[in-house]
Design a protein. Structure first.
Length: 132
């Protein structure tokens, strides 16, 4: 069970846990939590998302400012990515599976103190994705 924040392309947000997300599937579910037990299940179509964030904590830290700088050299099998979304948000991190033209890819934030452990970026929601 993974804690996630689903951010839709239209601005909606759903928080909870998922057991069935896969980038190969178009549909998965996010279960809202009541205490530690799942309460309601929301079906989500990947094509409706901006990104799916795999988080350490569902509340996050609203005062944390994301560090968009790299502070160590990249390892051989990752590429540094800057993903700019149509709504103006920018994510900076590393990816092992990004290729131009694919529907989505995983990105690990450059900020080691980020609440986001990694995120699945839906390419159709981006304005620009480039290597840095």
């Amino acid at each position: 069970m993974r804690q996630v924040v689903a951010r839709f392309d239209d601005g909606r947000v759903v928080k909870g846990v998922t057991l069935d997300f896969s980038p190969e599937k178009i549909l998965f579910h996010v279960d809202a939590l009541n205490g530690s037990a799942p309460e309601t299940s929301t079906p989500i179509h990947t094509t409706d998302l901006k990104a799916l964030f795999f988080v350490r904590d569902l509340m996050g830290d609203p005062l944390h400012v994301e560090d968009k700088q790299f502070h160590s050299p990249p390892s051989r099998d990752v590429r540094r990515i800057r993903a700019a979304f149509r709504d103006g948000e920018v994510l900076v991190g590393t990816s092992t599976d990004y290729e131009p033209g694919i529907p989505g890819f995983f990105l690990v934030p450059a900020d080691r103190k980020s609440n986001n452990e990694r995120c699945y970026v839906v390419a159709a929601a981006t304005e620009e994705v480039r290597f840095v």
